[in-house]
Design a protein around this ligand. Structure first.
Ligand SMILES: *Cc1c(COP(=O)(O)O)cnc(C)c1O
Length: 439
């Protein structure tokens, strides 16, 4: 076992001065046991923890690092930008360049406004949709995550369309009274009270759940029929599935997009954008207020631009091909071990491993046999409830491979994850799953 004394000490100190010891709950090890490793530095596909252990990192800041850690082009861009001053409160050229780079890659996205997080991007897109349509109601899908603003913190746990009940304490019922939660992969009935439908076009916050044929197309038609706007939350999928994100991947064009993660190159960034006529409601041109002291921050725009310049169709295709072949092998390895161990769930059903892939993203479900591919939040919960993920996670981490410490996250192989890293992961996985099932 790797020595994690220093991480343990840091976590103990963190718990004194930071609620729960972490600044975002996904970093906690609550659902997998133990305490988080503290990262001292990263390079490419790897991080080193505070005790000097090297970990092959599939977390990659939950998708914010697509080039791998400390990519030289990003380090240089951030350093140069910092030397020129970190924030001014007046427009900078970097904002124009990043907005141009985004709009050039995403067909139909005429304009973007930069913010500092994905949460702000989704919150602001909703406000724009309400301002543009003059309507209040929004529709989201169970299992989709759109940041932690009050009105969007509903429907982590609901499998049926319900008029919003808050999922988090501290969110007043009124704040989600206009939020309708519908099951993913079913086109909901809409009416002319709906301002917008917001969706992760490829869901990546309940494990990886691709849209079924016709779902996104159906949403487009349903929105158009009642004059509602369609919002794609591409905070994960944007510039991740390919240059055109999920809208390019699916061919379905929303009215508004939310971006984050990749476009900040590891610095705090978000963006929302879309049709120019819709965005014209924003202040200072229009009556919908939205603002930010650090929005379009010079360091963040420099990092984001450096990242987008490193990526092209070929690099996405190569990574996606590597991951597709790896994922198929991983699924075989895991299923071999599950069959050998004869592992069943608490209702006596044999368990199977499902490793869905979309572009360079992959997910991991340990599901009851016969349930088919996971299509919605209910399926994701059923897989998480089998408890195998947590044991597998611990066995992988003990062998130096870091997955996300929770069964609802996806894996984010970066451009720095080459054949050797993926092959090594397979070798480790075959030992780890045996260990996990024996325990
Ligand atoms: C991460 C995420 C967000 C929130 O972004 P933050 O930068 O964490 O605020 C919103 N939507 C989706 C789909 C995400 O994955």
């Amino acid at each position: 076992m790797a020595d994690r004394t220093r991480s343990a000490e840091l976590f103990e100190r963190a718990c004194q001065v930071i609620p729960g010891g972490v600044n975002s709950p996904v970093r906690s090890f609550r659902s997998v046991g133990g305490h988080p490793y503290f990262v001292a530095r990263g390079e490419g596909a790897y991080v080193w923890d505070a005790d000097g252990n090297r970990l092959l990192d599939f977390v990659q800041s939950y998708g914010a690092s697509i080039l791998g850690h400390a990519h030289p082009a990003v380090v240089r861009a951030v350093g140069d930008a910092a030397a020129r001053g970190t924030t001014f409160g007046a427009p900078t050229e970097g904002e124009v360049l990043l907005a141009e780079a985004i709009c050039a890659r995403v067909e139909g996205c005429d304009q973007v406004r930069l913010v500092s997080s994905g949460t702000e991007a989704a919150m602001s897109a909703i406000r724009v949709a309400r301002g543009f349509t003059g309507r209040s109601r929004i529709v989201k899908f169970a299992g989709c995550y759109h940041g932690h603003s009050d009105g969007l913190l509903a429907g982590g746990g609901s499998g049926v369309a319900t008029l919003g009940l808050p999922d988090s304490a501290g969110v007043p019922a009124q704040a989600v009274a206009d939020t309708v939660v519908a099951p993913y992969n079913l086109v909901p009935d809409l009416d002319d009270r709906v301002a917008c439908v917001i969706v992760e076009a490829v869901a990546a916050n309940m494990g990886l759940v691709p849209p079924v044929d016709g779902f996104l197309e159906g949403l487009r038609v349903a929105c158009d029929a009642v004059g509602a706007l369609l919002v794609f939350d591409e905070v994960i999928t944007g510039f991740r599935l390919g240059e055109g994100g999920a809208s390019g991947w699916s061919g379905v064009r929303p009215d508004l997009w939310c971006f984050g993660k990749v476009i900040g190159g590891g610095l705090p960034v978000g963006a929302f954008g879309g049709r120019a006529d819709v965005l014209s409601v924003l202040a200072p041109s229009g009556a919908v207020y939205q603002a930010g002291t650090l929005s379009g921050n010079p360091l963040a725009t420099a990092a984001g631009l450096a990242v987008l310049h490193e990526l092209d169709t070929g690099s996405y295709a190569a990574l996606s091909a590597r991951v597709a072949s790896f994922a198929a092998s991983l699924q075989d390895v895991l299923n071999g071990a599950l069959a050998t161990a004869g592992r069943v769930d608490d209702r006596g059903r044999p368990l199977v491993a499902l490793v869905p892939v979309v572009g360079p993203l992959f997910g991991l479900f340990f599901a009851p046999m016969g349930s088919g591919p996971v299509r919605d939040y209910g399926g994701a919960v059923a897989s998480a409830d089998t408890g195998v993920y947590a044991a597998f996670f611990r066995a992988m981490l003990a062998r130096g491979v870091a997955l996300a410490p929770g069964p609802y996250e996806v894996a984010f192989p970066s451009m720095a994850h080459g054949e050797p890293e993926l092959e090594h992961t397979l070798d480790v996985a075959s030992e780890a799953i045996a260990d996990a099932l024996a325990g």
